[in-house]
Design a protein around this ligand. Structure first.
Ligand SMILES: [Zn+2]
Length: 167
């Protein structure tokens, strides 16, 4: 399977692994909706910067200012600071592999008109409609639900019923 990433048509500055990008285009067509993206493939350096912003070296679980979210990176424990969102250990995120997107959660002046949509909550009707159409193309929210991020979708090649054969 190819691990090369490609640019996403209609999403300036965003890239995904080639098979995920192909499936994303199919999902958009099937849904008749275009989720606005805030994140997609995330280079390792960016992943590391985000992790370091949110996690502090050492096990500080339960202490003031920290959550109980302790992760191991490069053989050492890191604890997530209070008030920050969870982040994958650098090198393990589906964003790093070009297999995940984050959808915008708020409509702004810059948000293009429909069919461009944002996901305002887990129950946002546009989110539910997009997911229903996108699941047969391998895009699902299993991981997003697990980490309580309604904006995070992941591509699962094994679930893609329409993937091109012989890649
Ligand atoms: Zn994400």
């Amino acid at each position: 399977m190819t691990t090369q990433s490609v640019t996403l048509p209609g999403h300036a500055g965003h890239r995904l692994r080639a098979d995920a990008a192909n499936a994303w285009e199919r999902a958009k067509k099937a849904a008749g909706l275009i989720p606005e993206l805030t994140d997609s493939e995330r280079p390792y350096a960016v992943q590391e910067r985000i992790f370091r912003q949110r996690y502090e070296l050492g096990n500080h679980a339960g202490k003031p200012g920290y959550t109980n979210d302790v992760r191991t990176w490069q053989g050492r424990k890191w604890t997530r600071r209070n008030g920050t969102a969870a982040a994958a250990v650098p090198g393990t995120s589906n964003h790093g592999q070009g297999l995940a997107v984050d959808v915008a959660t708020k409509r702004t002046a810059a948000t293009r008109a429909r069919p461009h949509v944002v996901f305002s909550s887990f129950n946002d009707p546009d989110r539910l409609a997009f997911l229903k159409a996108a699941r047969p193309h391998g895009w699902d929210d299993t991981e997003g639900r697990a980490v309580n991020e309604h904006w995070h979708l992941t591509y699962y090649p094994a679930k893609d019923k329409h993937a091109k054969v012989g890649k």
